[in-house]
Design a binder for this molecule. Structure first.
Ligand code: SF4
Ligand code: SF4
Length: 493
């Protein structure tokens, strides 16, 4: 085949399993490539450097700005600290990410796949290293096809060593999001890290090495579910990478008469990281990276023809241009008619309005929950074995386990009050009593304190079998800062 790839068998003979055809993407220059480099540097910079950012939270608390402290069940993100009870914030962030992705896909097609997906970013980095060491497409094809030699082995070893270094840095950085970065780095390097740390370090290193070095486009084509259902988010007004067949066809040599603008040079195919030909139309394998746009623009510039034979375009515009250009023979008139038929992309459509509305609603709920989150909370768990105790003086007593969560860094004193039971006596085991007779609870700084409360009602009070009660936590000024609801059980009257 002119592009140097293996011809595909006819459909009838197609085997159930097709061996991978190795893709040798060529280097390309252009404005989309520059954008991709900028995004790659930004994302990798964030990934590798964020664990090293420090954030002073006071003594006894991790000073890493972003840390998932699994041992203490905390998530630290700069000034925000998420407790296990607040894991819904994480759920909210994931929902926001998913809806944001749907909205971005609906507007700009596979922008996630082509520019920001980790698989794309690391594969791009690995390909850059490969080109740096082994040369560009033609040199690699030639060398791989030649008999083994010492020079080839040396280059391959250098490439794999560089890939492994990047993979190790990637696996190591992942661990640093779960353990203090300087400490775990020292431990890994000096051989003093735990077995689990080495296991996950090796696992993420191997995953990066295999996925970015070997599996590459196969991850997108066979392993990732996203290309399968992203079609549901696309419509005729979404931007996708398209070949303007109305302008390019029929293909032919640059100087041939009566042919379109495509000179069949295969530059767009040779730069494609998934090895496809965008001129065959929309394909699931196309990750929307836009490198074929740069490659074709370069060819058009050299031929002194307008750029944009391959472009980010909506399918609606592609159809409109095709219809408008059809009556004209290949040439400037056809080009003009096709481009004039295009209309501005519709950003505001029912689908994008819906995504924006859901995004706004989730954001508002999360913001509200975040602003209203409390630093102190109280939970009361009634002990029901037995459900109540009859004391010798005829009083009825219930016991409760109290959990006092205080997210502040210093111990605080609170008093406990009870509502709903007139005449009840409230005692907390091993706790002091305040001047007003209420039990005093001292919180565990940045932790959970457990207490046992006993509530007794004298026989003089008429009691139903089940009375709802509320335990209130009062601060020094007597203001309720938290409360917990429960029930007081007594013998049936
Ligand atoms: S790079 Fe452009 S001119 Fe060359 S084959 Fe692809 S579409 Fe045709
Ligand atoms: S066809 Fe173009 S946009 Fe699609 S993956 Fe290949 S180079 Fe990227």
């Amino acid at each position: 085949m002119p592009d140097g790839s293996t011809p595909l068998p006819a459909d009838d003979d197609a085997p159930l399993y097709a061996a991978r055809r190795k893709v040798y993407p060529r280097a390309v220059r252009g404005h989309i490539r520059r954008i991709k480099w900028a995004v790659l540097i930004l994302l990798l910079g964030i990934y590798y450097l964020v664990p090293w950012l420090r954030w002073d939270r006071g003594p006894g608390v991790p000073n890493q700005a972003v840390l998932a402290d699994v041992q203490n069940a905390r998530l630290f993100f700069f000034w925000i600290e998420i407790w296990p009870q607040e894991i819904y914030f994480l759920t909210g962030v994931l929902i926001l990410g998913a809806i944001g992705l749907f909205a971005a896909t609906s507007l700009f097609g596979r922008i996630w796949c082509g520019f920001t997906c980790p698989q794309t970013v690391w594969t791009d980095l690995f390909m850059w290293v490969e080109r740096l060491i082994e040369g560009d497409r033609n040199a690699r094809i030639r060398r791989d096809g030649a008999p083994p030699s010492a020079a080839r082995t040396r280059l391959k070893l250098m490439k794999h060593a560089a890939w492994l270094l990047i993979a190790a840095a990637t696996g190591g950085a992942w661990i640093m999001y779960f353990q203090d970065a300087p400490t775990v780095t020292r431990a890994i390097v000096t051989g003093r890290a735990s077995a689990e740390t080495y296991f996950f370090f090796a696992l993420f290193t191997a995953t990066t090495y295999v996925l970015a070095g070997f599996a590459r486009e196969q991850v997108c084509t066979y392993m990732c579910p996203w290309p399968r259902f992203q079609g549901a988010m696309l419509d005729d007004d979404s931007l996708v990478v398209t070949y303007r067949a109305w302008r390019g066809e029929p293909r032919g040599k640059a100087k041939a008469m009566g042919v379109g603008d495509c000179v069949d040079c295969f530059a767009c195919v040779h730069v494609c990281p998934t090895g496809i030909d965008i001129r065959d139309g929309q394909q699931m394998e196309c990750i929307g990276c836009g490198l074929c746009v740069d490659a074709c623009d370069d060819v058009m510039r050299k031929l002194k023809r307008p750029e944009g034979l391959i472009a980010f375009e909506t399918l609606a515009n592609l159809a409109a241009s095709g219809a408008a250009a059809a009556p004209f023979p290949p040439g400037p008139a056809r080009q003009q008619a096709g481009m004039a038929a295009r209309r501005h992309m519709h950003l505001i459509r029912p689908r994008t309005i819906m995504y924006a509305a859901v995004l706004g609603a989730v954001l508002a709920v999360m913001l509200g929950a975040f602003l209203l989150r409390t630093t102190v909370s109280l939970a009361a768990l009634a002990e029901r074995a037995p459900p109540y105790v009859l004391l010798s003086d005829g009083s009825v007593r219930n016991a409760y386990t109290l959990k006092l969560i205080d997210k502040r860094r210093e111990a605080r004193r609170y008093t406990l009050a009870i509502d709903g039971l007139p005449g009840a006596r409230l005692v907390v085991q091993d706790a002091e009593t305040a001047a007003d007779g209420r039990p005093v609870l001292v919180s565990v700084p940045d932790g959970v304190g457990a207490f046992r409360a006993l509530v007794a009602v004298p026989p003089t009070e008429a009691l139903p079998a089940n009375t709802p009660i509320r335990l209130r936590l009062l601060d020094g000024e007597g203001r309720a800062v938290a409360s917990a609801d429960s029930a007081f059980l007594a013998p049936a009257p």
